[in-house]
Design a protein. Sequence first.
Length: 155
Amino acid sequence: MDHLPPLQVSLENLPARRVTFLVCRPEGDPDPVIRSHFDRVKEWAQRYGSDPARVPAIGIAEVADGRLQAYQCCIPIPDDAPDNSPEMGIQTLPGGLYAVLRIQKQSNVIGQTIGRFFQEVVPAAAWQIDPTRPTCEVYWAETMDFCVPVRYENA
C-alpha cells in the first residue's frame, strides 16, 4: 500500500469577501466551461480595479448525488466596484471559521485528498460542518485551499 502524505489542515478565521461571479452548469467535461467562465469573471473584475494576479479565484461547487450541478466562478473585487451589473453577479461570501485543507494543484490528487479529509479529519474533529455557509475552493498559483465552514459542536 502506498504511503499517503499527511493532510495539511488548519482552522482559520476567513474574512468575508466581496466577489463578482458567474454560475455555469457544465455538461460533460466541466474543466473547459469553468475555465472559460473564470476568464470572463477575471476580465470583468480587472476593469473595476481587481488584479487577478494578486487575488485568488474562488469556486463554489453545487453537487447532488455525487454529480456537479453548478459551479460559481468568483473573483474578489474592491469595495468601490459596482454593486450590480447586467453581466455579472455581485455578492459577499461569508467569512468565519473554516477548516482549510491545502492541496497542491495536481488534478490526480485533489479528489483523493478531499475524500481523505472527509473520511479522516471530519469524524475526529471537535467541530461540525456549518451548512449555512458555502464550501469554497480558493485557487492560488501553486495550491488550492479547500475551505469548509465549521463551528464548534457546542456553539
